[in-house]
Design a protein around this ligand. Sequence first.
Ligand code: ZN
Length: 242
Amino acid sequence: MNVIIFGPPGAGKGTQSDFIVKKFNLFKLSTGDLLRDEIKKKSSLGVEITSIVNSGSLVSDEIINGLIENFVSNDNYKNKIIFDGYPRNLPQAENLEKLLHKHKQNINLVIKLKVSLDTIKKRITGRIACSKCGNTYNIFFNPPKEASGCCQKQFLIKREDDNVDVASKRFETYEESTEPVIDFYNKMGLVRDVNGETDIDVIYSEISSYLNVIEGWHYKITSYKYVFYNLYPINYGPNSRN
Ligand SMILES: [Zn+2]
Protein backbone atom coordinates (compact mmCIF):
# COMPACT_ATOMS: atom_id res chain seq x y z
CA MET A 1 0.00 0.00 0.00
CA ASN A 2 1.05 3.56 -0.68
CA VAL A 3 -0.05 6.25 1.75
CA ILE A 4 0.16 10.02 1.92
CA ILE A 5 0.09 11.92 5.19
CA PHE A 6 -0.88 15.59 5.31
CA GLY A 7 -0.78 17.93 8.25
CA PRO A 8 0.16 21.52 8.98
CA PRO A 9 3.62 22.26 10.40
CA GLY A 10 3.48 21.46 14.11
CA ALA A 11 0.69 18.86 13.76
CA GLY A 12 2.90 15.93 14.74
CA LYS A 13 3.03 14.50 11.23
CA GLY A 14 6.67 13.44 11.57
CA THR A 15 6.03 11.51 14.77
CA GLN A 16 3.01 9.72 13.31
CA SER A 17 4.71 8.82 10.06
CA ASP A 18 7.68 7.39 11.97
CA PHE A 19 5.29 5.14 13.95
CA ILE A 20 3.56 4.00 10.77
CA VAL A 21 6.84 3.30 9.00
CA LYS A 22 7.83 0.97 11.83
CA LYS A 23 4.55 -0.82 12.30
CA PHE A 24 3.64 -1.34 8.65
CA ASN A 25 7.17 -1.77 7.25
CA LEU A 26 6.85 1.19 4.96
CA PHE A 27 9.50 3.52 3.55
CA LYS A 28 9.19 7.23 4.05
CA LEU A 29 9.59 9.40 1.00
CA SER A 30 10.34 13.01 1.80
CA THR A 31 11.76 15.24 -0.90
CA GLY A 32 14.15 16.83 1.61
CA ASP A 33 15.63 13.40 2.39
CA LEU A 34 15.87 12.50 -1.29
CA LEU A 35 17.80 15.69 -2.00
CA ARG A 36 20.09 15.22 1.01
CA ASP A 37 20.79 11.60 0.05
CA GLU A 38 21.69 12.60 -3.49
CA ILE A 39 24.03 15.32 -2.20
CA LYS A 40 25.66 12.83 0.15
CA LYS A 41 26.17 10.31 -2.67
CA LYS A 42 28.10 12.99 -4.60
CA SER A 43 26.58 11.73 -7.84
CA SER A 44 26.69 14.15 -10.78
CA LEU A 45 23.09 15.06 -9.95
CA GLY A 46 24.11 15.51 -6.31
CA VAL A 47 26.83 17.95 -7.30
CA GLU A 48 24.32 19.86 -9.43
CA ILE A 49 21.84 20.00 -6.54
CA THR A 50 24.55 21.25 -4.18
CA SER A 51 25.36 24.15 -6.47
CA ILE A 52 21.67 25.03 -6.91
CA VAL A 53 21.08 24.98 -3.15
CA ASN A 54 24.26 26.97 -2.47
CA SER A 55 23.21 29.63 -4.96
CA GLY A 56 19.99 30.04 -2.99
CA SER A 57 17.74 28.88 -5.82
CA LEU A 58 15.00 26.27 -5.64
CA VAL A 59 15.60 22.81 -7.05
CA SER A 60 13.48 22.40 -10.20
CA ASP A 61 10.38 20.19 -10.40
CA GLU A 62 12.19 18.21 -13.07
CA ILE A 63 14.96 17.18 -10.65
CA ILE A 64 12.49 16.40 -7.86
CA ASN A 65 10.31 14.34 -10.20
CA GLY A 66 13.32 12.39 -11.36
CA LEU A 67 14.29 11.54 -7.78
CA ILE A 68 10.73 10.53 -6.97
CA GLU A 69 10.53 8.30 -10.02
CA ASN A 70 13.77 6.56 -8.98
CA PHE A 71 12.20 5.89 -5.60
CA VAL A 72 8.76 4.68 -6.68
CA SER A 73 10.22 2.45 -9.41
CA ASN A 74 12.64 0.77 -6.99
CA ASP A 75 11.42 -2.79 -6.30
CA ASN A 76 12.45 -2.50 -2.64
CA TYR A 77 10.00 0.34 -2.07
CA LYS A 78 7.18 -0.49 -4.50
CA ASN A 79 3.79 -0.33 -2.79
CA LYS A 80 5.43 0.30 0.58
CA ILE A 81 5.69 4.07 0.51
CA ILE A 82 4.47 6.76 2.84
CA PHE A 83 4.70 10.19 1.26
CA ASP A 84 5.50 12.83 3.84
CA GLY A 85 5.34 16.46 2.76
CA TYR A 86 4.73 15.55 -0.87
CA PRO A 87 2.80 16.35 -3.05
CA ARG A 88 2.65 19.98 -1.94
CA ASN A 89 0.51 21.32 -4.78
CA LEU A 90 -1.85 20.15 -7.50
CA PRO A 91 0.71 19.84 -10.34
CA GLN A 92 2.86 17.65 -8.08
CA ALA A 93 -0.15 15.49 -7.18
CA GLU A 94 -1.04 15.02 -10.85
CA ASN A 95 2.55 14.19 -11.64
CA LEU A 96 2.69 11.66 -8.82
CA GLU A 97 -0.42 9.94 -10.17
CA LYS A 98 1.21 9.62 -13.58
CA LEU A 99 4.44 8.26 -12.12
CA LEU A 100 2.65 5.71 -9.96
CA HIS A 101 0.47 4.48 -12.82
CA LYS A 102 3.52 4.16 -15.02
CA HIS A 103 5.01 1.84 -12.40
CA LYS A 104 1.70 0.00 -11.82
CA GLN A 105 0.91 1.43 -8.43
CA ASN A 106 -1.47 3.91 -6.89
CA ILE A 107 -2.23 5.78 -3.69
CA ASN A 108 -4.38 3.66 -1.40
CA LEU A 109 -5.01 6.09 1.42
CA VAL A 110 -4.58 9.75 2.29
CA ILE A 111 -4.41 10.69 5.95
CA LYS A 112 -5.26 14.28 6.77
CA LEU A 113 -4.19 15.31 10.25
CA LYS A 114 -6.43 18.12 11.36
CA VAL A 115 -5.10 20.59 13.88
CA SER A 116 -6.38 24.14 14.38
CA LEU A 117 -4.12 27.17 14.16
CA ASP A 118 -5.03 27.95 17.76
CA THR A 119 -3.64 24.63 18.96
CA ILE A 120 -0.50 25.00 16.90
CA LYS A 121 0.07 28.46 18.37
CA LYS A 122 -0.27 27.02 21.88
CA ARG A 123 2.10 24.18 21.04
CA ILE A 124 4.70 26.68 19.92
CA THR A 125 4.26 29.48 22.42
CA GLY A 126 3.88 27.04 25.29
CA ARG A 127 7.14 25.26 24.62
CA ILE A 128 9.69 25.54 27.42
CA ALA A 129 12.89 23.68 28.16
CA CYS A 130 14.84 23.10 31.35
CA SER A 131 18.24 24.76 31.01
CA LYS A 132 19.75 22.19 33.40
CA CYS A 133 18.65 18.82 31.97
CA GLY A 134 17.22 19.78 28.58
CA ASN A 135 13.79 18.25 29.24
CA THR A 136 11.09 19.93 27.18
CA TYR A 137 7.59 20.80 28.35
CA ASN A 138 4.56 22.73 27.22
CA ILE A 139 2.82 25.03 29.66
CA PHE A 140 -0.57 24.22 28.05
CA PHE A 141 -0.28 20.52 27.27
CA ASN A 142 2.56 19.09 29.30
CA PRO A 143 3.48 21.36 32.20
CA PRO A 144 6.45 20.40 34.39
CA LYS A 145 5.28 18.71 37.56
CA GLU A 146 5.79 20.49 40.84
CA ALA A 147 9.20 19.78 42.32
CA SER A 148 10.25 17.43 39.55
CA GLY A 149 13.99 17.37 40.09
CA CYS A 150 15.97 20.18 38.51
CA CYS A 151 13.13 21.45 36.32
CA GLN A 152 12.21 24.36 38.58
CA LYS A 153 10.65 27.60 37.39
CA GLN A 154 13.89 29.58 37.44
CA PHE A 155 15.58 27.13 35.06
CA LEU A 156 12.77 26.88 32.49
CA ILE A 157 13.40 28.90 29.37
CA LYS A 158 11.59 29.64 26.12
CA ARG A 159 13.35 29.31 22.79
CA GLU A 160 13.47 32.53 20.81
CA ASP A 161 12.71 30.91 17.49
CA ASP A 162 9.35 29.65 18.75
CA ASN A 163 7.66 32.38 16.85
CA VAL A 164 3.88 32.64 16.41
CA ASP A 165 3.99 34.88 13.34
CA VAL A 166 6.19 32.46 11.45
CA ALA A 167 3.94 29.58 12.53
CA SER A 168 0.77 31.38 11.39
CA LYS A 169 2.34 32.17 8.04
CA ARG A 170 3.42 28.57 7.51
CA PHE A 171 -0.04 27.36 8.53
CA GLU A 172 -1.72 29.62 5.96
CA THR A 173 0.68 28.57 3.22
CA TYR A 174 0.00 24.93 4.06
CA GLU A 175 -3.78 25.39 3.97
CA GLU A 176 -3.73 27.28 0.70
CA SER A 177 -1.44 24.94 -1.18
CA THR A 178 -2.79 21.62 0.10
CA GLU A 179 -6.50 22.40 -0.24
CA PRO A 180 -6.59 21.64 -3.99
CA VAL A 181 -4.45 18.54 -3.39
CA ILE A 182 -6.87 17.25 -0.76
CA ASP A 183 -9.76 17.94 -3.17
CA PHE A 184 -7.96 15.94 -5.83
CA TYR A 185 -7.70 12.88 -3.57
CA ASN A 186 -11.16 13.44 -2.08
CA LYS A 187 -12.65 12.93 -5.54
CA MET A 188 -10.98 9.53 -5.55
CA GLY A 189 -12.50 8.76 -2.14
CA LEU A 190 -9.12 8.29 -0.52
CA VAL A 191 -9.04 10.93 2.22
CA ARG A 192 -9.54 10.13 5.90
CA ASP A 193 -9.68 13.01 8.37
CA VAL A 194 -7.89 12.35 11.65
CA ASN A 195 -8.27 14.60 14.65
CA GLY A 196 -4.72 15.66 15.44
CA GLU A 197 -5.63 17.45 18.65
CA THR A 198 -5.84 14.40 20.91
CA ASP A 199 -3.11 12.26 22.48
CA ILE A 200 -0.36 10.86 20.28
CA ASP A 201 -1.50 7.29 21.08
CA VAL A 202 -5.13 8.01 20.18
CA ILE A 203 -4.12 9.63 16.88
CA TYR A 204 -1.85 6.71 16.12
CA SER A 205 -4.50 4.09 16.78
CA GLU A 206 -6.99 5.88 14.54
CA ILE A 207 -4.47 6.05 11.71
CA SER A 208 -3.53 2.41 12.26
CA SER A 209 -7.15 1.34 12.04
CA TYR A 210 -7.45 2.88 8.57
CA LEU A 211 -4.19 1.31 7.47
CA ASN A 212 -5.20 -2.08 8.84
CA VAL A 213 -8.32 -2.07 6.69
CA ILE A 214 -6.26 -1.40 3.59
CA GLU A 215 -3.45 -3.73 4.48
CA GLY A 216 -5.15 -6.72 5.46
CA TRP A 217 -8.10 -8.86 4.75
CA HIS A 218 -5.60 -11.66 4.58
CA TYR A 219 -4.37 -10.94 8.08
CA LYS A 220 -7.90 -10.60 9.40
CA ILE A 221 -9.11 -13.82 7.84
CA THR A 222 -6.13 -15.66 9.32
CA SER A 223 -6.79 -14.32 12.80
CA TYR A 224 -10.54 -15.06 12.62
CA LYS A 225 -9.71 -18.66 11.76
CA TYR A 226 -7.49 -18.77 14.83
CA VAL A 227 -10.24 -17.39 17.06
CA PHE A 228 -12.83 -19.83 15.67
CA TYR A 229 -10.45 -22.72 16.08
CA ASN A 230 -10.10 -21.96 19.77
CA LEU A 231 -13.81 -21.39 20.31
CA TYR A 232 -14.96 -24.43 18.35
CA PRO A 233 -12.08 -26.87 18.16
CA ILE A 234 -13.74 -29.27 15.74
CA ASN A 235 -11.99 -31.03 12.92
CA TYR A 236 -10.35 -28.44 10.67
CA GLY A 237 -8.20 -30.93 8.79
CA PRO A 238 -5.41 -33.44 9.23
CA ASN A 239 -3.39 -31.22 11.54
CA SER A 240 -6.31 -30.27 13.72
CA ARG A 241 -6.06 -30.99 17.44
CA ASN A 242 -9.23 -33.13 17.49
ZN1 ZN B 1 15.50 19.77 34.47
